[in-house]
Design a protein around this ligand. Structure first.
Ligand SMILES: Nc1ncnc2c1ncn2[C@@H]1O[C@H](COP(=O)(O)OP(=O)(O)OP(=O)(O)O)[C@@H](O)[C@H]1O
Length: 258
């Protein structure tokens, strides 16, 4: 189970996560969806104890992440698949994690098999991995401690269509076994196929949340629906190459009409 209650975070004057509350029950996959800058990563970082909320709280399996004695045995986290030590091989990376978690080293090969990194990939330095291979290694690392919860920031990033299908199967299996999955994405189409539930965030606030089937019911064009939910919070393009209207007496200096 994952719970966030009235979670908020400010950077300077900007509130980038604003009163965000949702739950992810065991046995389900929840898609955490939103455009660039929506506040997804900031929310996940607070959930995983990497950033302190200004207000509200988040728990995993009923406990704030930082109070979990051995967090990796409860929650598998992949927030940035590129943040691996480039000089270690895939197998060495997992062995170090296995030692930290206190799980038998035999589990390393099980996880390498599970994520389809073969012997030669396991011997390769991570610095030479493709983005898709890093995502697979990140998933192996997240699963190493046999957690009950998975928190994954854009796990499909860099995977080809086969890889995305494979990952969906893996997450489905994890949830069907009673696990809780929260995964973020920019793309509704990418997660709608696997997510039982959706939380749509934009401009730091939750725009919609609930069962995927119920939320998308009656929307023939789900991408258009999603765009509509988030469009109001999309930042305006700031590129200077766009033609700017000449100031008129009816327009103030900041561009707002009087
Ligand atoms: N450490 C920080 N200092 C200042 N502002 C930050 C910091 N981290 C994030 N932000 C700002 O908070 C807002 C939300 O960022 P966040 O990374 O959570 O969004 P996101 O939904 O994960 O976006 P993306 O899909 O592009 O990764 C953005 O405007 C971002 O610039």
């Amino acid at each position: 189970m994952i719970t966030t209650e009235n979670l908020s975070k400010r950077y300077g004057a900007a509130t980038v996560v604003d009163d965000v509350s949702f739950t992810c029950p065991p046995g389900t996959v929840t898609g955490f969806l939103g455009p660039n800058g929506a506040g997804k990563s900031t929310t996940l970082r607070m959930l995983c104890g990497l950033s302190t909320p200004d207000a509200g709280r988040a728990t995993v399996a009923g406990v704030p992440f930082r109070r979990l004695p051995n967090p990796g045995r409860v929650v598998g986290v992949m927030l940035d698949a590129s943040a691996q030590h480039g000089g270690r091989t895939g197998r060495e990376t997992l062995r170090v994690s296995a030692d930290v978690l206190g799980v038998p080293r035999g589990r390393v090969d099980e996880m390498l098999d599970l994520v389809d990194l073969d012997g030669s990939a396991a011997r390769k330095r991570v610095g030479r991995y493709s983005l898709g291979m890093r995502q697979r290694l990140g998933l192996a690392q997240a699963l190493l401690g046999d957690p009950e919860v998975l928190v994954l920031d854009e796990p499909a990033n860099g995977l080809d269509p086969d890889g995305i299908r494979w990952m969906r199967g893996l997450l489905r299996q994890f949830a069907d076994g009673g696990g809780t999955v929260l995964l973020s994405s920019h793309l509704l189409g990418e997660v709608a196929a696997v997510a039982d539930r959706l939380v749509v965030i934009a401009g730091g606030t939750v725009r919609a949340a609930g069962e995927t089937r119920v939320l998308l019911q009656g929307h023939d064009d789900i991408e258009e629906y999603y765009f509509g939910l988030t469009a109001a919070a999309r930042p305006l393009p700031t590129t200077t190459s766009l033609p700017m209207p000449a100031p008129t007496s009816a327009t103030s200096r900041d561009g707002a009409s009087r």
